[in-house]
Design a protein around this ligand. Structure first.
Ligand SMILES: Nc1ncnc2c1ncn2[C@@H]1O[C@H](COP(=O)(O)OP(=O)(O)OP(=O)(O)O)[C@@H](O)[C@H]1O
Ligand SMILES: [Mg+2]
Length: 357
């Protein structure tokens, strides 16, 4: 008997569309974000009558619908108009003005980018885009290493809305005055979801992903509660829902039951909450910041900690970081002799966001 011998054509999968559980799936409805979507739409609306749009900064903790709500609006906008170009860029990997310029050229289908400098590329972009209007979204904007591209777009593109997305409200305050005074953004908060809201989102997502009525009702509330316990990132909930589905499928029971959800979530509990609960409040706060800004220098993290109201001295802060490192919550790596001398880079032990599962 082989490992796959009990798989027969008769065994129906409980998944109708597993892709709906991918992190970048954009559902038809984005519940609980109506107000935010209306607001974003109102910033874009002037472009429909050839006027300049408003700029906006969206902020809020991880996994609360900032990206998905924005992408949804862009999709709707594309259906309504051919004269407004949507430009969505994630600054996590397009983190320099040059890479941003190349990406915009790619979006605009401009191919002759080789051997051209950043300024030359932006001159071409200006030429192409000023025939129309544009909505730029720079997601995870705080990951960008320079912001010259913002300055250039603000100066050179006539009819536009620039949407910047970040986890930190304080990011705007740190922005160069030269950019800030041109951007004059409105701020829009995406607050964390409560348990009922996460429950509703998961249920709706399950409607796309599973065959009808094959997830038992209590599963949603159970997974929603676990999601809240683990910080409220909806990705965690979606991930657990998929795991529960796979466990259910393996069991051959034909529907997702609470036991499957318990099994699915227990894997993640071991990984995260049990241990973080043992940390003192201040250390937990610092750990949360590392989760939000993994991959930065210790000095930057300390600044962020202060901006968010932390009042430990730098020495005590360093001690907490050392403790987190010792216990493998984070990884603190000394980099010797870089351009700014020796510094410590702070990241999560595995540099993978939940988005990459
Ligand atoms: N209101 C909602 N309706 C449907 N799906 C949602 C909603 N809010 C979040 N999600 C889903 O949860 C996941 C995380 O949402 P999203 O990617 O928008 O988070 P984010 O706020 O951009 O987080 P981050 O700051 O980490 O980038 C996505 O898979 C998204 O589809
Ligand atoms: Mg996002």
């Amino acid at each position: 008997m082989g490992f796959f011998s009990n798989i027969s054509g008769e065994q129906r999968s409980i998944f109708a569309n597993e892709l709906a559980l991918d992190y970048n799936f954009v559902p038809k409805l984005i519940p609980f974000r109506d107000m935010q979507q209306k607001y974003i739409a109102s910033c874009i609306k002037p472009l429909f009558s050839n006027r300049n749009g408003k700029n906006i900064v969206l902020f809020g903790p991880p996994g609360v619908g900032k990206t998905v709500a924005t992408r949804h609006i862009l999709n709707e906008m594309e259906e309504e108009s051919d004269d407004i170009v949507p430009v969505y860029i994630n600054c996590w990997n397009k983190n320099t003005s040059y890479k941003v310029a190349i990406e915009i050229c790619d979006i605009l289908d401009y191919k002759f980018t080789q051997n051209k400098k950043t300024e030359e590329l932006f001159a071409i972009i200006k030429n192409l885009l000023n025939r129309k209007s544009a909505v730029f979204v720079f997601d995870e904007i705080d990951k960008a290493e320079d912001y010259d591209f913002l300055y250039t777009l603000l100066e050179d593109i006539y009819r536009k809305t620039i949407i910047l997305i970040t986890n930190y409200k304080s990011w705007v305050a740190e922005l160069d005055d030269r950019i800030k005074s041109r951007l004059v953004p409105e701020l829009l908060e995406f607050r964390a979801y409560n348990r009922e809201e996460i429950n509703g989102i998961l249920k709706e997502r399950a409607g796309y992903a599973f065959i009808p009525q094959c997830v038992e009702e209590p599963v949603f509330d159970f997974v929603a509660k676990r999601t809240i316990d683990m910080g409220g990132d909806v990705r965690t909930g979606i991930y657990m829902l998929r795991e529960a589905g796979m466990i259910a499928e393996e069991s051959g029971q034909g529907c997702v039951m609470i036991g499957h959800a318990e099994k699915a979530t227990s894997k993640m509990v071991d990984f995260s909450i049990k241990k973080t609960e043992e940390l003192d409040d201040e250390t937990q706060k610092i750990f949360t910041l590392v989760k939000m800004k993994s991959g930065g220098k210790i000095g930057e993290l300390f600044k962020l900690y202060q901006d968010e109201g932390g009042n430990l001295s730098y020495k005590s802060f360093q001690r907490k970081i050392a403790k987190l490192d010792e216990n493998k919550f984070i990884s603190a790596e000394k980099i010797m002799g870089g351009s700014e001398g020796t510094t410590t880079m702070i990241s999560l032990p595995q540099e993978k966001k939940l988005t990459e599962f």
